[in-house]
Design a protein around this ligand. Structure first.
Ligand code: UP6
Length: 268
């Protein structure tokens, strides 16, 4: 998949429906940028979504850091996502027994299943976390309102323990659930076997910074898309920390897109 276009990959067999949709969206909008909206109010969240919406394929949220998260946040997000054509990814990083993650996914003040197209989970509790989330999504939303999961296979932070056989096991579990698992959060592509068509999303991307003093480690768009072969860059402070967020998002979009074109050999 490393030299195949997003468009080609959208129609490969065994691609999850959400992944197919996303790959087509990426190709149509020419953006492999996901902005991480780690802001603290609904007003800032919606404003950021409006400002960067044209430059992104996905907006990533941490709903539990929004002080006033509620129905207005949900409706606003849905409206802007539909208008600007991007998917919403709640970075909840589920990591508990099946029964508990089902509740965290569907209930409480956040009601994540209602508005997030994509969620993620750790597999350290064992593979039942995947079936539990899949079942909850299936019960809560009917097609075409599909839901999909990213498995956290690697992290960007210094000294993290998600390496070697842990990462390998993430891939094994993903291959068993191709309908629901669209891919990984990782630092390199994990498509290693013929037929693998997982989407890899990579956080820890910022131009002109190497870290944040709290363990975060940064790479450039060229490094992760061009060299490590991942599919989507996730940028938080690099974009929302800028004065002109729209222009900054556009700068990341162009750099990540050029890195992709170079990798598949389509650069002009
Ligand atoms: N994130 C990482 N590294 C991971 C997984 N997730 O940084 O391995 C998330 C963080 C944050 C965003 O929770 O929301 O990606 C990165 O933000 P930054 O670009 O401002 O560092």
């Amino acid at each position: 998949t490393i030299t195949q276009s997003y468009q080609e990959r959208a129609s490969l067999p065994k691609t999850s429906p959400v992944a197919s949709y996303l790959l087509r969206l990426i190709a149509a909008k020419q953006t492999n940028l996901c902005v991480s909206a780690d802001v603290s109010t609904t007003r800032e969240l919606l404003q950021l979504a409006e400002e960067v919406g044209d430059s992104i394929c996905m907006l990533k949220t941490h709903a539990d850091i929004i002080n006033d998260f509620g129905p207005r946040t949900i409706e606003g997000l849905k409206e802007i996502a539909a208008k600007k054509h991007f998917l919403v990814f709640e970075d909840r990083k589920f990591g508990d027994i099946g029964s508990t993650v089902q509740k965290q996914f569907t209930a409480g003040p956040l009601q994540i299943v209602r508005w997030a197209n994509i969620i993620n989970a750790h597999i350290f509790p064992g593979p039942a976390i995947i079936t539990a989330l899949s079942q909850a999504a299936h019960d809560a939303v009917k097609p075409p309102l599909l839901r999909s999961l990213l498995i956290l296979a690697e992290m960007s932070s210094a000294g993290n323990l998600m390496t070697g056989s842990y990462t390998e096991q993430c891939v094994v579990e993903a291959r068993k659930n191709p309908e629901f698992v669209m891919g990984f959060i990782a630092q390199r592509t994990l498509n290693e076997q013929p037929g693998d068509n997982f989407i890899t999303m990579t956080p820890g991307v910022q131009i002109g910074a190497t870290g944040d003093g709290l363990g975060q480690q940064y790479n450039t768009p060229e490094k992760v898309i061009g060299e490590a072969g991942t599919d989507i860059i996730i940028v938080g402070r690099g974009v929302y920390g800028a004065q002109d967020k729209r222009a900054k998002a556009e700068e990341y979009r162009v750099r990540a897109w050029k890195a992709y074109e170079g990798r598949i050999g389509a650069a002009t």
